[in-house]
Design a protein around this ligand. Structure first.
Ligand SMILES: [Fe+2]
Ligand SMILES: [Fe+2]
Length: 198
């Protein structure tokens, strides 16, 4: 049994090396959900100034999604929508979408990717930005979904008095999503729109 590859440059690897790496990668991938949950906890230390931490905001978004009767793809997307704040403060939406895209409905990944632009509606005019940035996407099949996501779960989830559920409440859902077959067409369902509120 090898415990590491023989090569020092990829072009020198052989089939046994790459078979070993594939195995190794599959094992490692199983830990994605728990690594994300730990990263979410790390958001607690990030970016202060709001009345709730980034973790508190994320949990509040997910709690609101769940209470709106949204499905697992939505709840997990709401939970992780700001996870990019740690490493990608200037495109945190794209970063989060990249993490989610292989494992959730296309609708949810699109909404997470664009939520930063849609959120401008609420504060763009206070910072010299364009609050109508979302108009670029007017007519897109998921436009209304992203508008609803921001209105019901994102812009309002900075309330320290809201009865927010703890991270443990969502852990099993996160594990379930990241245990899915990546890019499974039955999960991605391009063009399908599940309601945010039911
Ligand atoms: Fe965000
Ligand atoms: Fe947010």
């Amino acid at each position: 049994m090898m415990d590491q590859v023989k090569f020092r440059a990829m072009k020198d690897g052989d089939a046994a090396d790459y078979a070993f790496l594939t195995e190794h990668e599959i094992e490692y991938t199983k830990g994605t959900a728990d690594r994300l949950l730990r990263a979410l906890v790390a958001l607690d230390e990030g970016l202060s100034g709001y009345q709730v931490t980034r973790l508190g905001h994320s949990l509040q978004s997910a709690t609101r999604a769940e209470r709106d009767g949204a499905d697992t793809d939505w709840i997990v997307s709401a939970l992780l929508h700001d996870i990019g704040d740690i490493f990608a403060p200037y495109n945190h939406d794209e970063y989060a979408a990249a993490i989610l895209r292989p494992f959730v409905r296309e609708q949810c990944a699109w909404v997470v990717e664009k939520h930063g632009d849609f959120q401008m509606l609420y504060y763009g005019h206070h910072v010299g930005g364009n609050r109508d940035k979302r108009e670029t996407y007017r007519g897109h099949i998921y436009f209304d979904d992203c508008a609803t996501f921001c209105e019901r779960w994102d812009q309002n989830s900075f309330d320290p008095d809201y009865d927010t559920l703890p991270i443990e409440h969502f852990a099993q859902r996160v594990r379930e999503v990241f245990a899915r077959q990546p890019y499974d067409p039955a999960v991605l369902r391009p063009g399908a729109r599940a309601p945010l509120v039911s």
